[in-house]
Design a protein around this ligand. Structure first.
Ligand SMILES: [Zn+2]
Length: 186
């Protein structure tokens, strides 16, 4: 069943809704239209935490109360998530399309923190996004000085320690709860 566009209430459709798993873990923020489909098809139910906002969505055939928090009635669909492969697209996404040495967002390449020719590994904690400039500065550095340079000398220090991406639901849950704490502190 397709949710009908609720005529005359276009502003409501700009809201978003947080989906919780069957076990009440916040999973993701989704567009209200997707939430309506989940509610109407019975795949989810509205949650009410007391302070939860609700919107009334009307179509020619139904009136639906959509809460800003909904809970899936079935098991977590993301349970089978796996760590993505180490490739250009995934590494750039993890690093927010930013050079991990200087913060540039232009001319990005993949950089093996220790070059593969010198025994560096192609794993999540050894591969980062780097701009061409930083990449070539690094490759001009003599092999025996590279490790020292990476750890001590100015300009070639990684801004964050590279690690494998975490489960999107875990990442979302961390972000959700820290936002809730901020709201409560206000
Ligand atoms: Zn750079």
């Amino acid at each position: 069943m397709q949710a009908q566009p609720p005529f005359g209430q276009p502003h409501i459709l700009q809201n978003s809704v947080v989906v919780f798993s069957k076990n009440y873990l916040p999973l993701a923020r989704i567009n209200i239209k997707r939430a309506i489909v989940l509610l109407v098809t019975g795949q989810a139910e509205s949650l009410n935490f007391g302070t939860t906002k609700q919107w009334e969505v009307r179509s020619p055939s139904i009136v639906l109360q959509v809460s800003e928090h909904i809970r899936l009635r079935v098991g977590n669909p993301e349970r089978h998530w796996k760590v993505p492969p180490v490739n250009r697209r995934e590494v750039l996404r993890r690093d927010n399309h930013t050079c991990q040495y200087c913060g540039s967002t232009k001319h990005l390449t993949l950089d093996h923190v220790i070059p593969r020719s010198k025994g560096g590994q192609h794993t999540w904690d050894k591969v980062v996004t780097a701009c061409e400039k930083c990449n070539s500065t690094k490759s001009e550095c003599p092999a025996d000085r590279l490790r020292q340079r990476l750890s001590h000398e100015a300009g070639m220090v990684l801004t964050t320690k590279p690690k494998a991406p975490i489960h999107p639901a875990v990442a979302f849950a961390e972000q959700f709860w820290s936002a809730q704490r901020l709201t409560e502190a206000e």
